[in-house]
Design a protein around this ligand. Structure first.
Ligand SMILES: Nc1ncnc2c1ncn2[C@@H]1O[C@H](COP(=O)(O)OP(=O)(O)OP(=O)(O)O)[C@@H](O)[C@H]1O
Length: 453
């Protein structure tokens, strides 16, 4: 039996996966036989089949069933005859490797680029300005000055956004360049696949033929010895040829556990830049820019004064959460036909607000800070005015002000019943020192990370 309604199934998938994913991953599929609930789909390469299987098989199964065929499982088989769709490189591949060398081009597929992730809609503020500037520089595609560019930062702070923006910009400026963007997980996956299919020569050729290699979330290969080894060789081969490498991770190379020293030291050779946790101004800027995007879908919805400021103040965890909150707010407001004001925000985002409230407590901050400076908690909170206690105390007050929604008097109360002016003085002092004293800036950064992890 063959699969009926493939056209309709594809149309439904287009709606769920979006145009980009559709053209790259769904369009080239060719329906085959249906036997005992197993639907065969023909795919142009093994890699392609595995990617679709991992990412879209549930959806595809769902849509097949929705159009009346009883299907329990998908089977991906190599398509022996090239299909019109498979003959063309997938758009995502074209996006980043328009003029790839012929030998590599037929095999070079790259992770799809998210159309929302461009430099135009990346909001720049103090915490990310360096990372942004470095990303812009490599996106010019000029001579390689630092190799690799290593971007790191906590969850949801824009690493993937910047990586996609670089790939996109490189493609636009230098379409002849062969740019390969993929996650470290995909790197490993393709490596393992090549080993299994005895295609290591092809694998090496593909990876060594790129002009720019971009690997997202490199911490993923920690502890995976043979993948690390292959990554190391790929890395060296490309650096020797003066090809640009761009890497992202959730922490600095030296802090990635179970990463071989030689890989660490390679990663440390270039420029390492850090996406710092967002500050209030950046969060507000991001919210404003995301409101402009939402307005395209909901032109009639107004956001009352104070709502964005409130969100920027309260949701400090990461940009993804902030973005999700705003999307939910617009969808909810349009459903219930209400204006987006503080009342609606509180109703609609109660869970998010509670979670971010719960996230970091004054006590946690006090504990982390006293551990960090190796002093007793009671000394930090107590009355002693020795500098070795007073400075950590001010650091802790500063972090409480920044990372919790507690007021100055409340913070004062929890620091041994101090007055709010003492807290204010402490916060100001740390703000000054943050600029003039590298050690304090570093301490704050480490503490903030530890608290947010
Ligand atoms: N400065 C920014 N301007 C606009 N949007 C941003 C900014 N920073 C992050 N975002 C948005 O936040 C979301 C999360 O960003 P992204 O996926 O790049 O995070 P990440 O650092 O790669 O996180 P993860 O560690 O989970 O992989 C994305 O939708 C991204 O567009």
């Amino acid at each position: 039996m063959t699969l009926d309604h493939w056209g309709e199934i594809k149309e439904r998938l287009l709606k769920t996966v979006g145009q980009n994913n559709y053209t790259t991953w769904i369009e080239p599929l060719v329906p085959g036989a249906v036997e005992d609930g197993i639907v065969t789909l023909k795919v142009p390469t093994n890699f392609f089949g595995n990617y679709v299987s991992q990412n879209f098989s549930d959806l595809i199964l769902h849509e097949i069933n929705a159009t009346g065929t009883d299907a329990t499982r998908l089977n991906f088989a190599l398509n022996q005859q090239p299909t019109p769709a498979a003959e063309k490189p997938a758009p995502a591949a074209r996006q980043t490797s328009a003029a790839a060398k012929p030998a590599a081009n037929s095999q070079l597929s790259t992770a799809p680029l998210d159309p929302r992730f461009s430099f135009d809609n990346f909001v720049v503020g103090k915490p990310n300005e360096l990372a942004h500037a470095a990303a812009r520089r490599v996106a010019e595609g000029g001579p390689v000055t630092f190799n690799p560019l290593f971007l790191y930062g906590g969850v949801g702070l824009g690493k993937t956004h910047l990586m996609h923006a670089i790939a996109r910009e490189l493609h636009e400026r230098k379409p002849e360049m062969n740019v390969l963007y993929l996650s470290a997980e995909q790197f490993m996956y393709r490596f393992v696949q090549a080993l299994r299919d005895r295609k290591m020569m092809d694998f090496k050729e593909i990876f060594r033929s790129v002009d720019v290699l971009m690997v997202d979330d490199v911490q993923f290969i920690a502890g995976k010895d043979s993948t690390q080894e292959e990554f190391f060789h790929t890395f060296n081969a490309l650096v020797d040829q003066h090809k640009q490498i761009i890497i992202s991770a959730d922490r600095a190379p030296g802090e990635i556990k179970d990463l071989e020293d030689r890989v660490k030291s390679r990663l440390q050779c270039g420029l390492i830049v850090d996406l710092h946790p967002t500050d209030y101004e950046l969060r507000l800027g991001i919210l404003q820019s995301k409101v402009d995007v939402q307005r395209k879908t909901y032109p009639d919805l107004e956001v009352a004064d104070g709502v964005l400021e409130f969100l920027a103040h309260r949701i400090t965890s990461n940009v993804r959460v902030l973005e999700g909150a705003l999307t939910r707010l617009f969808a909810f407001a349009s459903l219930v036909g209400r204006e987006i004001d503080m009342g609606l925000t509180q109703d609609c985002l109660a869970d998010v607000l509670r979670a971010s409230e719960r996230k970091i407590s004054v006590e946690e901050i006090q504990r982390k800070v006293s551990d960090h400076y190796n002093i007793r908690l009671s000394d930090m909170i107590g009355p002693k005015r020795l500098r070795s206690y007073a400075r950590p105390r001010q650091v802790a007050m500063y972090l409480c002000k920044q990372m919790t929604s507690r007021s100055l008097p409340e913070i004062g109360r929890r620091f041994g019943g101090r007055d709010h002016t003492t807290v204010m003085h402490g916060v100001r002092r740390i703000e000054e020192l943050k600029v003039s004293d590298g050690q304090i800036a570093e301490d704050l950064e480490l503490l903030r990370r530890a608290l947010e992890s």
